[in-house]
Ligand binder design. Structure first.
Ligand code: UDP
Ligand code: MG
Length: 323
């Protein structure tokens, strides 16, 4: 991992079969970066494309030495893995991620930089008049509200990859070695301060979305499991609810039996149901307990750093010795 902070701005862009978009993407990104008057690098990560993208990236890197870096992965690992690969090689003080399909206009980058210049760690974006299908918009609004509840971080749009991160957050993310990562959420878990700004969103003009329905589902699972072990706890809640309703049903049957006589409720058949509910509930509770342990194992196996020290002020001989 490089740690040079000479470079002010790194763009990290995952590319998967985007040959039709690359030329325009590179042209527009270079233009924007030059306007910012910062030392910059554009890191293009080819995620195992089968079209001309890797060759085009290599050519661009040769043509713009010191400005464009190409990282070619040997096969397709998925957008977020590709972004992580780009982050490991990036060395800018500010890192901006965006999509290669020009749905995130590079011209919006200076707006993000204005925010990071205020000292904000993670700058998210809200897509104004989002140009995606109704299904995509609907499912992402569901997911966004779920994430807000689970993480407690009030951001409106987790799906938009046009985002800016400060170097300390990037370094923190790189210390997380878990396989299924969802970068915006991971970043927020290390961000001291976040903000969110509105940006334009364009329709995809060239090529198709690289997310099939199945890939979207697997992404949602990555997202869900990356942010919490709450689904495991849900088992205990479910079990308790079933067991309590079974018990209440049993009590109700008993009262009614005394009131209405033995003939009532099919001569005890319903009592069996009540018992069954209680046992099923107990099983779920047991599963939920197992889940609690698994959740803790999961947290430990991921071995995310527990905290990050921003700065140490003052010194003692002990701390100096460790440096
Ligand atoms: N992408 C990638 N690997 C993949 C799928 C997508 O690197 O396996 C890249 C893709 O080239 C694009 C970005 O991730 O730059 C977002 O993909 P896409 O535009 O297809 O997603 P959508 O806009 O439909 O959510
Ligand atoms: Mg897209």
């Amino acid at each position: 991992m490089k740690t040079t902070t000479e470079i002010g701005l790194s763009l990290v862009i995952p590319v998967f079969n985007e040959a039709e978009n690359l030329d325009e993407l590179i042209r527009r990104c270079l233009e924007v970066c030059l306007q910012t008057k910062r030392i910059f690098e554009i890191v293009l990560v080819d995620d195992g494309s089968s079209d001309a993208s890797p060759a085009m990236i290599s050519r661009a890197a040769e043509k713009h030495p010191g400005q464009i870096v190409g990282i070619l992965l040997n096969r397709n690992y998925g957008q977020h893995a590709a972004v992580v690969a780009g982050l490991t090689e990036s060395c800018g003080e500010i890192v901006v991620t965006l999509d290669a399909d020009l749905q995130n206009p590079p011209e919006e980058i200076p707006k993000l930089l204005q925010e990071t210049d205020k000292g904000i760690d993670v700058v998210g974006t809200i897509r104004m008049n989002r140009r995606d299908s109704f299904f995509r918009k609907f499912s992402s609004s569901l997911v966004n509200s779920m994430v807000r509840r689970a993480t407690g971080v009030r951001m409106n749009d987790y799906g938009c990859m046009l985002r800016a991160y400060r170097r300390n957050v990037v370094d923190a993310m790189l210390q997380c070695h878990e396989h299924s990562t969802f970068i915006p959420i991971l970043a927020n878990s290390f961000a001291g301060s976040t903000s969110e700004i509105p940006v334009q969103h364009e329709a995809r003009t060239q090529g198709d979305s690289k997310y099939s329905f199945l890939k979207l589902i697997s992404l949602q699972f990555d997202l869900l499991t990356s942010m919490s072990t709450f689904p495991l706890r849900l088992l205990s809640f479910l079990g308790t609810t079933i067991a309590i309703s079974g018990t209440l049903f049993g009590v109700f049957l008993m009262v009614m039996r005394f009131a209405m006589g033995t003939e009532w409720a099919a001569q005890g058949v319903f009592t069996l149901f009540a018992l069954l509910y209680i046992f099923i509930g107990a099983q779920f509770i047991a599963l939920g307990l197992l889940g609690e342990y698994i959740g803790r194992i999961y947290q430990d196996v991921r071995a995310r750093p527990r905290f990050f020290i921003q700065e140490i002020v003052g010194n003692s001989p002990g701390i100096q010795g460790k440096k």
